[in-house]
Design a binder for this molecule. Structure first.
Ligand code: PMP
Length: 360
């Protein structure tokens, strides 16, 4: 039986990446060392990080006035690091609230300055993204923060907010590298690695040069972008194995045809599920407004919640793993990141149809 893993993160990695890592585990390229055993200051690891940086810059078309930093502390570390490094400009920041993760980011930022909630769809259980015309942006924010893909709720922006000269900051943890974006529209992009990049323990930050070096005096040194930019991400020991695996994922992405090719597959995969949810006659449904549905995290519910347990038990037995929704959202969630093949989505669809037929 072929197993398909729909975990929201840490999530499935491309099979060829795992196989290559396995083959190189004990002796990396004849060095006699595992990547886990190498000094981060040695030429072997330097070549690994240099290649990962170059490949990511190519994949995302990152302009030369942006630094790529490999950090630690996860995306939630960046909930703190972003205000610590950026809010000093005016002491104020704008936060767009579209769900669980943007709420947490906003709460953390409020510890370091004045935070303005630009808009919120909390009143309708975050079932849509508030229209840009309703946003109340402030004139003097140091930055505007939003979450392009809400992993728990299953919402995704299909557009990039136009916020003028104010730096736009995006938590792209769960949709980075899944669709083409114009990096120059952003002041800063961050992402925990454990969905579309590699294993957990690695955090990616892409930051424009002019935003570096303005941290609040209280900023812990390990959260100061300047220290890491100046040291090529190696102010302290980085997540070396995480960077190595991310590098293998970047090579795999290039071999698939890059981000544009991935995006086409991601559209196809998510359409398969959303079309069925629309057409299944109500046995299953999506709680999210049609225009704002995530391509990465397909959240759905069974009309009869009493069937949830059977759905999860039987799907697991059919080799379809980790479909349970986040505990605060309930229902089901199929996370279909880059590494999930179309066949996995087709297998899920067949199971859903069969389950509905037997229980409808
Ligand atoms: N932001 C988003 C959009 C996420 O999906 C997650 C993790 N699922 C986080 C932040 C938190 O990430 P971490 O556990 O790396 O702190």
């Amino acid at each position: 039986m072929t197993i398909f893993n729909f975990s929201a993160g840490p999530a499935v990695l491309p099979r060829p990446v795992l196989e290559q890592a396995q083959a190189e585990l004990i002796d990396w390229h004849g060095s006699g060392m595992s990547v886990m055993e190498m000094s981060h200051r040695g030429p072997e690891f330097q070549s690994i990080i240099d290649e990962a940086l170059a490949d990511l810059r190519e994949l995302m078309n990152i302009p030369s006035n942006y630094q790529i930093l490999f950090l630690q502390g996860g995306a939630q570390g960046q909930f703190s690091a972003v205000p610590l490094n950026l809010i000093g400009a005016t002491g104020k920041a704008d936060y767009v609230n579209t769900g669980h993760w943007s709420t947490l980011a906003m709460k953390e930022a409020a510890r370091f300055g004045q935070v303005n909630e630009v808009c919120s769809s909390a009143d309708s259980r975050f079932d849509h993204i508030p229209a840009f015309s309703e946003w109340k942006l402030s004139k003097d924010a140091s930055y505007v923060h939003y979450t392009p893909n809400e992993t728990v709720g299953g919402l995704e922006f299909q557009w990039v907010p136009e916020v003028g000269d104010v730096p736009l900051v995006a938590d792209m943890s769960s949709n980075i590298l899944s669709r083409e974006i114009d990096v120059s529209k952003f002041g800063l992009i961050y992402a925990g690695a454990q969905k579309n990049i590699g294993p957990s323990g690695l955090t990616l930050v892409i930051v424009r040069d002019d935003l570096i070096g303005k941290s609040l005096p209280i900023t812990p040194v390990t959260y100061d972008y300047k220290k890491y930019a100046d040291a090529g991400s190696m102010y302290n020991t980085p997540s070396t194995y995480g960077i190595y695996l991310a590098g293998l994922v970047f090579k795999w992405l290039k071999a698939q045809g890059g981000v544009a090719a991935m995006e086409a597959i991601n559209v196809e995969k998510s359409n398969l599920l959303y079309h069925y949810l629309n057409d299944c006659g109500g046995f299953y449904y999506s709680p999210i407004a049609e225009a704002d549905r995530s391509r990465m995290n397909v959240v759905f519910r069974l009309k009869d919640e009493a069937l949830d347990a059977a759905f999860l038990k039987e799907s697991k037995a059919a080799g379809l793993l980790q479909l349970k929704g986040h505990k605060i959202a309930g229902g089901m969630r199929a996370s279909i990141y880059n590494a999930m093949p179309v066949e996995g989505v087709q297998a899920l669809l067949s199971f859903m149809k069969d389950f509905a037929q037997r229980n409808g």
